[in-house]
Design a protein around this ligand. Structure first.
Ligand SMILES: *[C@@H]1O[C@H](CO)[C@@H](O)[C@H](O)[C@H]1NC(C)=O
Length: 172
């Protein structure tokens, strides 16, 4: 009787933790986004957050298209327009070629009182943040030339759902 009660208690605790993590799921951590396991179309293939004229960064990243970048692209590009008060007016993110990333940096347009900052980065869905000034509107290259990057490493740790199922199975 005791082991069963113990298992029941463990299951209840796990279900509680699980529902709590569901409640927190509204706050997506885009750094932890792992693309689904699908075959890479070619070596060093990668994905980018992709959106066009999104109103804010959350909605750009939230509804990003999940597809591989074409083979003639090397980087993820972010184009950020914002007002002098720092309010974002337009965010565009996409896969980009080397030439599209030559023009990174910020440019202030005097007549419209808007600033455009462009940044590029290298690596799987690396374009999470928005460029806002000259220190982050840069081309950030992480992969050393010549090394085979491949897809980002994926850790297959048993998550909370697995623990809950294990607990439920114990009860049966
Ligand atoms: C650039 O923006 C980042 C993020 O908003 C901020 O942390 C940093 O201090 C800024 N750097 C400069 C030089 O203004």
């Amino acid at each position: 009787m005791l082991p069963l009660r113990h298992a029941l208690a463990v299951a209840v605790v796990h279900i509680f933790i699980l529902s709590e993590s569901w409640a927190l799921a509204k706050n997506i951590n885009f750094y932890n986004v792992r693309p689904p396991l699908d075959p890479t179309p070619f070596p060093n293939s990668f994905k980018c957050f992709t959106c066009e004229n999104a109103g804010d960064n959350y909605n750009c990243n939230r509804w990003a298209e999940d597809k591989w970048c074409p083979q003639n692209t090397q980087y993820c590009l972010t184009v950020h327009h914002f007002t002098s008060h720092g309010r974002s007016t337009s965010i565009t993110k996409k896969c980009a070629s080397r030439s599209e990333c030559h023009s990174v940096g910020c440019h202030h347009s005097r007549d419209s009182e808007h600033t455009e900052c462009r940044s590029c980065c290298e690596g799987m869905i690396c374009n999470v943040e928005l460029p806002t000034n000259h220190s982050n509107a840069v081309l950030a290259v992480t992969r050393a030339p010549g090394t085979s990057g491949g897809p980002a490493p994926r850790l297959q740790v048993p998550g909370l759902p697995a623990l809950v199922w294990a607990s439920v199975l114990l009860l049966l």
